[in-house]
Design a protein around this ligand. Structure first.
Ligand SMILES: [Cu+2]
Length: 115
């Protein structure tokens, strides 16, 4: 992945982190989709997700312990999500990200972004 792509994703991640969940205005672009990855029973579901550039992914912790979604190359990190908490990130460029839960590194997932 190019450095430019990484910076773009990071900028989006920082932007989203600064905006309360739900406050991001809907875009006129009708193909933008919000995908939900549920964290439950020590796993991400779906673990492997394919989305389009511009889409948002929300990780929602429905487990009874804290989890996170942490990109193995440190491109993004939701930080620890307590039970009931969510974090949303928008992915602006095509690419593939492998992520894990930081406290439970056997928990793994991938996000594939297509154009
Ligand atoms: Cu975990």
């Amino acid at each position: 992945m190019s450095q430019l792509t990484r910076r773009t994703v990071l900028r989006f991640a920082a932007f989203c982190a600064a905006v309360p969940f739900g406050a991001i205005p809907a875009r006129a672009d009708s193909h933008v989709t919000n995908h939900v990855v549920v964290i439950k029973n020590m796993r991400f579901s779906p673990a492997d997700l394919t989305i389009k550039a511009g889409d948002t992914v929300t990780w929602r912790n429905e487990d009874d312990t804290a989890h996170s979604a942490w990109d193995v190359n440190d491109v993004f990190d939701t930080g620890l999500l307590l039970p009931g908490q969510s974090a949303a990130l928008t992915f602006s460029a095509a690419g593939t990200f492998s992520y894990r839960c930081r406290p439970h590194r056997s928990m793994r997932g991938t996000i594939t972004i297509t154009r």
